[in-house]
Design a protein around this ligand. Structure first.
Ligand SMILES: Cc1cc2nc3c(=O)[nH]c(=O)nc-3n(C[C@H](O)[C@H](O)[C@H](O)COP(=O)(O)O)c2cc1C
Length: 224
């Protein structure tokens, strides 16, 4: 079976479809849905969003230099789509979608969306006029995480929030967990390892040995 060759296009999927909240300096606020977004640097924490200049939100992003990336969930899927197909120049998306403006802790103008489990507060550091889209490069200035998803040990259970994925024009839930960072080379706990090697030659994988200590959060972060 062969492969079709297509002209250049955007086929990096799945992506998050986030709701970006922003504001101008007069206090007008708005929400737009963005799929062209991502992390570009760990330290300092930096992200980007790419926005067409014709969007109503564009002038707000440029004027205040502030926005919030609000992660979306299955529960927020309707609002996510609505904020991506209707313009703030015609209606109040906060009201239409029953979303609540909350206070950002590190920004002056842009609000957070209270209903989102994670609000990533951002200050624009650079605007790159790439073509159809202008890329707003930004530094993350604070992150708000919904306390109701903290487990007994205070660990944030992000993957229990029902995060939404966007792929090739469709919204999807994330499905079941099938691995975790570094699991392919992680050494198995002693009991399990012994069982697995019963009756085999018993040679552990080289990668498993060298990566065995990389299980702590600190190391996982450093690896990215
Ligand atoms: C799933 C989805 C993803 C989108 N991603 C982007 C994007 O990355 N950049 C962009 O400029 N517009 C994107 N849009 C379109 C804007 O969200 C849409 O034009 C919106 O109505 C703009 O709102 P505004 O006019 O109130 O600013 C997306 C829409 C949807 C539904």
């Amino acid at each position: 079976m062969g492969k079709q060759i297509w002209k250049p296009g955007n086929m990096v999927y799945p992506l998050p479809a986030v709701m970006v909240s922003t504001a101008d300096k007069k206090g007008n606020t708005n929400i737009l849905t963005i799929a062209w977004t991502g992390t570009v640097c760990t330290n300092p924490a930096m992200v980007y969003i790419s926005v067409r200049p014709e969007r109503y939100s564009y002038h707000m992003l440029k004027e205040s230099g502030e926005f919030v990336i609000n992660l979306t969930t299955e529960e927020l899927v309707r609002a996510t789509d609505f904020c991506g197909v209707r313009s703030g120049k015609d209606l109040d998306k906060w009201k239409e979608c029953h979303l609540t403006e909350g206070k950002a802790v590190s920004l002056t103008y842009a609000p957070v969306i209270e209903e989102s489990p994670v609000n990533i507060e951002c200050k624009v550091t650079d605007i790159r006029e790439l073509g159809s889209h202008h890329m707003f490069l930004a530094e993350v200035t604070a992150v708000q995480a919904d306390e109701s998803y903290m487990d007994a040990k205070g660990k944030f259970e992000l993957n229990k929030t029902g995060l939404l994925a966007y792929s090739h024009g469709e919204y999807l839930g994330l499905g079941k967990k099938i691995g975790s960072f570094g699991y392919s080379v992680r050494k198995k706990p002693a009991g399990k390892r012994a069982k697995r090697h019963e009756g085999s030659s018993g040679t552990p994988e080289k990668g498993g040995q060298s990566q065995a200590k990389n299980t702590g959060i600190k190391n996982r972060k450093a690896g990215r």
